[in-house]
Design a protein around this ligand. Structure first.
Ligand SMILES: Nc1ncnc2c1ncn2[C@@H]1O[C@H](COP(=O)(O)OP(=O)(O)OP(=O)(O)O)[C@@H](O)[C@H]1O
Ligand SMILES: [Mg+2]
Length: 348
């Protein structure tokens, strides 16, 4: 039996599809009581990871557990984990209520649970309607209702906000946060940070199947240095003076402006005064989260190597778990055929 913890552990997870290295040595833990965002651009390996977690894809190496057990050892998994993966299909003529009753029977929960979950996801009024006529947002809600049938301890949702209108996104946010506050575990993927930024406390940011950052979203936000943007009369003279003061992280911006990272406005102002360079304007810019996300994941389709700035963001997972019973160590692939345009959705 499982340990009842509600904890999700991914350890050294790797998956290759032929030449494509979809997920590389990925490790993270999702604790109960939190909503964790699983973020990455298209083709980053989010769905593949979630499918491995749910026992739908066999890992090439590593393992994933829910409640300390691989999915297949959970006994009645529908009661432990509810999942919504991409491209859910419903019998088009079957009503939402009947669709749910079929699934309820499959996992051994009473029929009346169908109406309870329809209410939970705001579809009570559409209970009699055929799912074939549902809008995209309604289909997402029905998929979520299906995942909730077994009153699971863990929710795994792949891009659940796709197709939801702003009201739907707000509803989903409130729902997931309430679900987590009741001591349960939520892992939710998205390719858009903005979509789940206000919902999640923790993030795993994936690029090319590798974790670029794993930890609290707040820490990521605070880890970013602000920069001073200055418009000097003589940019070159100011650059020389800044460099003499060992402020070397200087970037040229349009209209002769300079961006200086790692300096305070007072420092830049004093240095300019000493160098007798007139300043026509100055402001402090704080890194916005969207830019950080883009920087962490932008190498995916260009084939660019990670720069030290990006590597610095990666937090080693804090948890080194023991493999679950029955887990066989498999050798990771010998080669890492990660060329631009080779299998990483180069058409994007
Ligand atoms: N069954 C498969 N056979 C071959 N390659 C696959 C298979 N499934 C996934 N891949 C490849 O693995 C990589 C990761 O795909 P995955 O679907 O996990 O990405 P994703 O992060 O979910 O992307 P998206 O945001 O587009 O949903 C991609 O290069 C994809 O083409
Ligand atoms: Mg996907």
């Amino acid at each position: 039996m499982h340990d009842g913890s509600g904890r999700v552990v991914v350890q050294g997870l790797t998956k290759t599809f032929g030449q494509v290295l979809a997920v590389q040595n990925l490790s993270f833990t999702v604790e109960p009581g939190t909503v964790t965002g699983f973020l990455g651009p298209n083709g980053a390996g989010k769905t593949t990871t979630l499918r491995m977690l749910l026992g739908l894809v066999t890992p090439t190496a590593g393992y994933a557990t829910i409640n300390g057990q691989p999915f297949h050892s959970l006994g009645n998994p529908g009661r432990v984990v509810g999942a919504v993966l991409e491209a859910q299909s419903f019998h088009p003529k079957r009503s939402a209520r009947n669709h749910l009753r079929v699934y309820a029977a499959a996992i051994g929960v009473p029929d009346q649970r169908a109406d309870e979950v329809l209410r939970l996801v705001g579809l009570a009024d559409a209970a009699e309607r055929g799912a074939g006529g549902f809008s995209m947002g309604m289909r997402q809600r029905l998929a979520l209702a299906t995942a909730l049938l077994g009153d699971p301890q863990v929710l795994v949702l792949d891009e659940p906000a796709n197709g939801l209108d702003p009201e739907g996104i707000l509803w989903l946010r409130t729902f997931l946060q309430g679900f987590a506050r009741s001591g349960r575990t939520v892992l939710v993927s998205s390719h858009l940070l903005a979509e789940i930024e206000q919902t999640v406390e923790q993030v795993v940011i994936l690029s090319r199947g590798q974790a670029m950052y794993y930890g609290p979203l707040d820490r990521l936000r605070k880890s970013q240095q602000s920069r001073v943007v200055v418009r000097p009369a003589d940019p070159q003279k100011l650059i020389t003076a800044l460099q003499e003061a060992e402020l070397t992280a200087i970037e040229h911006l349009p209209e002769g402006r300079l961006a200086v990272t790692g300096a305070t406005p007072e420092q830049v102002g004093d240095i300019a005064l000493q160098a007798q360079v007139a300043i026509y304007g100055m402001l402090t810019e704080h890194a916005d989260l969207e830019r950080i996300f883009f920087q962490l994941t932008s190498g995916q389709f260009s084939g660019a190597n990670l720069d030290p700035y990006q590597q610095q963001q990666y937090q080693q997972p804090q948890y080194q778990q023991q493999p679950p019973p029955g887990w066989q160590q498999q050798q990771p692939p010998q080669q890492h055929p990660q060329q631009p345009g080779q299998g990483f959705g180069g058409g994007y």
